[in-house]
Ligand binder design. Structure first.
Ligand code: ADP
Ligand code: MG
Length: 687
């Protein structure tokens, strides 16, 4: 049999139609699936200790003789309860089993047993509850070398012993079990054979080996983890190699040109911005295609970097497109870019859903003829009507807001264009590397100087009026504008949460009676939102009530207060993104998190926000608390489903597997064969 053989092809006693059905219901369809069905723990009968040497709470095996037993009824539910007293030459221990009356015959007085479990004190007696039991008779005594038992996740109607035997059978009979990496790499890392890895993880031979597996330090486990990562990255690079390796015109940017270029900005680039930009120019110089993701906190200056990165291509007469997820953002980018590009005489155009039809037609023509060089827009850019003359550079802002198809659609309009993706979501490095397998990755880790850190203050609900008073004072005395953010638009019957509508009404007629207030939310029409946002930007509104529609990228330097009500309802990364909307000017900014009564853990979670403004640290914490699924939004998480590899725990192996896979693909040393299988497993994960 082979790894890919279906379960039906395994010839094994007891493996009939009914059992196969049960295996399949757990997703075990092939020989490979079963080999990757790993134990959740091991019963280590090799660890036999004396009763007097045990520590409470630590799993241990004891070799004991039965002294007495009895069958009782449990107190509460009347279940059968087996109790036995057993001893070795150092003391006694009480053994208790619930609901397993069939054990009684094994507990004959004088029988020798091995029990495995965690001893503890219970009602003043040294006790083991529900221990696993092995009866020793002279024959199985001889057999007792096989003293570590793997324990598998339960499958209804299939015994643990059956799975053990089935796996042992597969390990002895399966052929052609190869790693996804070539032999020279196996040697370089001194990895064992792959089948040996399975053998050792299913059937470790000593307590030491179990410990290594549990700590993920086992060389056998590491080899399998590396193997999975390698397979993933090999495919990710190989499948994109054809496009990626398209030779582009080499462009060299000398120091003089560089200085000239940055001088069009009204400020000096930060060191980080300059480093990232130079990294991009290095790619141009080599005549390679740029496929890069840049992360940076809100306000770290990604947009500016992307415009400068486009500049050398504009100078060559090529077309550049920037696509943003919302109209508000596209507009904002348009005005920034327009200001900068006017200085060098490159006209910039804006195309969104609300661009008037006549204007649209003009833009389509301009793009197709190549007269328009720089276009900024929303999803409107990926409509079929939009055709480019020679699109060579695509900037995707807030890239995680776009689906894979959307990103591909804009890229396909070009001529293997350079791609620069921007994201403010501080995804931990290894996660980014996995999600965007073949993308290069860089990050801007500092903000432009002169910005004060946002002060974050947590307020309990009963003191919310202090916040409202502060907002009022700052508005009337210093003209500071504020955002108020809510988890809901309208009040809900089932949830006791503040809603934007309700609070907008209440506060506008009480605390903020003499201020100009307005509301904005996702259900409003795009142009209504636009107008409200415009008025807020122009200072015509003091307090803006909203839901998370303001989450992304909107820049209002005079808005320096953000109040988030029911902050406990938001993810930390989301709070961080929201908070990034303020502190864009030079004044001290304040973020108030109003929370309901909270449990200790939720409070701890929220407190991270007050402690740090480092998006990467916040993301890591958030990830720890919520897990990657929720962190990314469960549905579109798009994470490859690795069988044992864990991108967070095994991050070192991930990085080395990725580097080596890339090296293999680009040197042409390793051929990528099984692309069908790969796409079936990982395809949806890729950008
Ligand atoms: P991001 O897209 O990362 O949120 P932007 O590129 O929009 O950041 O920059 C945020 C604001 O900071 C903009 O108003 C921009 O003009 C300004 N900015 C960017 N880089 C610098 C810099 N080096 N020095 C001063 N201001 C900068
Ligand atoms: Mg931005």
């Amino acid at each position: 049999m082979f790894l890919s053989s279906p379960v039906e092809a395994i010839k094994f006693k007891g493996l009939g139609t009914a059992t196969i059905k049960k295996l399949k219901s757990k997703g075990l369809k092939t020989v490979e699936d079963i080999l990757y069905f790993f134990p959740v723990k091991y019963y280590d009968f090799s660890l036999i200790k004396k009763i007097s040497d045990t520590t409470t709470g630590e799993p241990v095996a004891l070799k004991v003789i039965v002294k007495s037993k009895r069958l009782k009824r449990s107190f509460k539910r009347g279940w059968p309860l087996v109790e036995a007293i057993a001893s070795d030459d150092t003391g006694n221990i009480k053994l208790i089993w619930f609901n397993q009356p069939y054990l009684m015959p094994m507990l004959k007085t004088g029988n020798e047993l091995i029990v495995f479990g965690k001893p503890d004190w219970r009602d003043g007696e040294f006790t083991m509850v529900q221990p696993v039991i092995k009866v020793l008779d002279p024959i199985s005594m001889l057999d007792f070398k096989q003293s570590i038992e793997p324990v598998y996740p339960q499958i209804r109607g299939i015994s643990n012993t059956f799975i053990q035997k089935l796996i042992a059978h597969i390990i002895s009979n399966v052929v052609m079990v190869d790693f996804s990496f070539p032999e020279h790499i196996r040697e370089r890392f001194s990895f064992p054979d792959k089948i040996e890895c399975f053998r050792k993880i299913h059937f470790p031979q000593s307590s030491q080996e179990i410990k290594e597996i549990e700590k993920r330090e086992s060389p056998y486990l590491k080899a399998l983890i590396f193997d999975e990562f390698f397979e993933f990255f090999l495919g990710a690079f190989a499948l994109h190699k054809r496009e990626d390796s398209v030779k582009k015109e080499a462009i060299f940017i000398d120091t003089k040109t560089f200085m000239e270029m940055v001088s069009i900005l009204p400020f000096k680039l930060t060191e980080e911005q300059e480093r990232v930009l130079k990294g991009i120019f290095d790619v141009y110089k080599k005549g390679e295609r740029l496929v890069r993701l840049i992360q940076g906190d809100v306000g770290s200056g990604k947009t500016v970097v992307s415009i400068l990165a486009a500049y050398p291509l504009l100078k060559k007469g090529y077309q550049v497109a920037l696509i943003a997820p919302t109209e508000i953002l596209a507009r904002q980018h348009f005005s920034t870019i327009n200001t900068i590009m006017q200085k060098v005489g490159v006209p910039v155009f804006l195309l969104t859903g609300s661009t008037p039809q006549r204007e649209k037609a003009k833009i389509y023509t301009g793009l197709e003829s190549g007269l328009i060089k720089f276009i900024v827009g929303t999803h409107a850019l990926i409509q079929p009507e939009v055709k480019f003359n020679n699109l060579q550079f695509v900037i995707i802002d807030e890239q995680h807001r776009f689906g894979v198809e959307q990103r591909q659609a804009i890229v396909k309009k070009g001529n293997n264009p350079h791609i620069l993706s921007l994201t403010a979501t501080p995804i931990p490095r290894t996660l980014a590397m996995t999600l965007y397998g073949h993308y290069d990755y860089d990050a801007i880790r500092s903000r432009p100087p002169g910005r004060k850190e946002v002060k974050t203050i947590i307020k309990k609900r009963e003191n919310d009026y202090e916040v409202y008073q502060f907002v009022h004072k700052m508005a009337t005395l210093r003209g500071v504008q504020s955002y108020f953010v809510y988890p809901l638009i309208d009040p809900s019957n089932s949830l006791e949460l503040s809603s934007a509508t309700e609070k907008f009404r209440d506060l506008s007629s009480t605390f903020f009676k003499d201020l100009k207030t307005a509301m904005i939310h996702g259900k409003m029409k795009a142009d209504e939102k636009e107008k409200t946002m415009e008025r807020f930007k122009n200072g015509e509104i003091d307090v803006l009530f909203s839901t998370t529609v303001i989450e992304v990228g909107v820049d209002v330097p005079n808005a320096n207060i953000m109040v988030i009500e029911n902050a406990e309802r938001f993810g930390l990364s989301q709070l961080h993104q929201l908070r990034g909307r303020i502190g864009r000017g030079n004044e001290q900014a304040y973020c108030f998190l109003i929370v309901e009564r909270l449990g200790e853990n939720s409070y701890k979670r929220i407190k991270i926000m007050a402690k740090t403004t480092d998006g990467f640290r916040i993301a890591e914490q958030d990830l720890k608390i919520r897990g990657p699924g929720e962190f990314l939004g469960t549905k579109q998480s798009g994470l490859p489903d690795f069988r044992i590899a864990d991108i967070f725990v095994d991050s070192q192996l991930l990085e080395s597997a990725r580097n080596i896979a890339k090296e293999c693909v680009y040197s042409g040393k390793v051929e990528f064969k099984n692309s069908k299988k790969w796409e079936k497993r990982f395809g949806k994960a890729l950008v």
